[in-house]
Design a protein around this ligand. Structure first.
Ligand code: SF4
Length: 471
């Protein structure tokens, strides 16, 4: 099996200048909106800490909460199913559909179903699946996986969407006005909604206390998927549980503000059983989550509430787009999640990180992403999946970083090289990939250590002596 090369795929996106700039601009705007709304709540950091504690508590008592949830959901009229992996998840849903002779399905957004490759599986079985989320539907029509957890087509320009709709829905290619494009989509989807034999949705939160599920959307599409057809199926990872209905107040505030910088999503829908005459199912998926939970190094990844804000802030993600990760989960959360599904395939992803730490700073539930990235790098190297060039660099750096004399010598040689070697060499993209998009600044006259020893250290020493005399 091939390894995903995010650097190469990212380079393709970086070279599409208009796309890259639009992507960066839109995500940074979302990040700035998030900062504004977060700053408007004085207790924001306390809220993050509380949410993290609640998630940790749930994960530490997950078996009890899952049982409580399933019992209450069943008393509400839901049929509850347990799937140990993606295969079982898909088969359970196929069986439900076969029994009811389902031919057409309206599907709301669901990372869990994406993780299981469910749409492709059901389509192979001859079932027509229509994505109800606008971004997800654009991606479906373009035969491409989503590029962001909450904004699946954010890497596309309006003109791309106009082109796709013209090819697939017969609209006017030259009109890329969002109102026009929305009206084209609405007209097409309305017919499909009415024809649907079943609806499907993901789940943002399952509430143990009530057995209800909560879904947040900005288009209201989840409500149509859940309410219009005679059969409804929701898919939920085991970690999505919250203990009490009242916990939602905290998590919905954090989720909507983090995801899009909104006080609340346009639609926050709560389902407490099938509507009259309807049949409703919840499929609860493990798919490796129990193993993640049992890892003392890694279990906190399950706190994630899939808000996507770590993507909006990540400088690598903003420039390279989610498509370049070639994975269900992308960006900072993707590079720590995907290796747990397939270590070899995603061994390079933990290196797609500058270690700025911003993802950890903004995460509403304090998932320690920067630490988890280091954890995976360690695992990758120990498994022998490290890249040859990285391994050579590490081997060369080790004796230098371990010994201060060697480090001082390396600093002097580095500065000499920057000053004296021809730019053709120091800025060769082959030797220095950074130079592909940058020119080196003028080299400083001296190393930082020389500057420190001359300007700063004497002052610190003098202050120390003064403090000693005053004692
Ligand atoms: S890791 Fe944190 S910031 Fe990233 S998607 Fe999950 S909850 Fe959001």
């Amino acid at each position: 099996m091939r390894q995903v090369n995010q650097v190469k795929l990212g380079e393709e996106f970086i070279n599409k200048r208009e796309h890259r700039e639009s992507h960066d601009r839109c995500l940074w705007a979302a990040r700035m909106r998030r900062d504004t709304v977060a700053a408007s709540i004085p207790q924001w950091e306390e809220m993050r800490a509380l949410a993290s504690d609640i998630r940790k508590h749930v994960l530490s008592n997950l078996d009890q909460y899952l049982e409580q949830f399933a019992k209450n959901a069943e008393s509400n009229g839901f049929h509850v199913h347990w799937a140990k992996d993606a295969d079982e998840h898909n088969r359970i849903i196929l069986d439900i559909f076969k029994k009811r002779d389902v031919k057409v399905v309206t599907k709301g957004k669901s990372m869990t179903m994406d993780e299981c490759g469910m749409r492709e599986f059901l389509e192979k079985e001859g079932i027509e699946i229509n994505e109800a989320d606008l971004g997800e539907r654009i991606q479906q029509l373009d035969d491409q996986r989503p590029s962001h957890i909450v904004m699946p087509a954010i890497h596309k320009l309006r003109s791309d969407v106009a082109d796709i709709f013209a090819r697939k829905l017969g609209s006017d290619r030259d009109i890329d006005d969002p109102h026009y494009l929305n009206s084209v989509m609405r007209a097409d989807m309305r017919k499909r909604y009415v024809r649907a034999d079943a609806g499907m949705n993901g789940v943002n939160f399952g509430i143990a206390e009530t057995g209800g599920i909560t879904v947040c959307t900005n288009e209201g599409n989840a409500d149509i998927s859940a309410n219009l057809p005679p059969l409804f199926v929701a898919s939920m990872g085991i970690e999505k549980i919250l203990p009490r209905q009242s916990d939602l107040a905290l998590f919905i505030r954090l989720l909507s503000r983090s995801a899009l910088g909104l006080d609340i999503t346009q639609y926050t829908s709560h389902y407490h059983g099938p509507r009259k005459g309807q049949e409703a199912h919840i499929v609860i998926l493990d798919n490796g989550r129990s193993d993640r939970l049992s890892s003392s190094d890694y279990w906190e990844v399950l706190k994630c509430i899939r808000c996507g804000t770590c993507m909006n802030t990540c400088p690598v993600f903003r420039r390279t787009s989610g498509i370049s990760y070639d994975a269900t989960y992308m960006g900072p959360i993707g590079i720590v999640l995907e290796p747990s599904y397939d270590l070899y395939k995603y061994a390079r992803l933990p290196y797609s990180c500058t270690h700025c730490g911003s993802c950890g700073d903004v995460c509403p539930v304090q998932v320690p992403i920067p630490r988890l990235i280091l954890y995976w790098r360690d695992v990758v190297v120990k498994q022998g999946y490290g890249e040859t060039m990285h391994n050579l660099e590490q081997a060369a750096a080790e004796p230098i970083l371990k010994n201060s004399r060697n480090l001082m010598l390396a600093e002097k040689i580095g500065l000499w090289a920057l000053k004296n070697l021809p730019k053709g060499l120091t800025e060769s993209p082959l030797l220095n990939p950074w130079a592909k998009e940058h020119t080196n600044p003028e080299p400083p006259k001296e190393t930082f250590r020389q500057y420190y020893n001359r300007e700063i250290k004497p002052q610190i020493d003098a202050d120390g002596e003064k403090a000693g005399e005053n004692k």
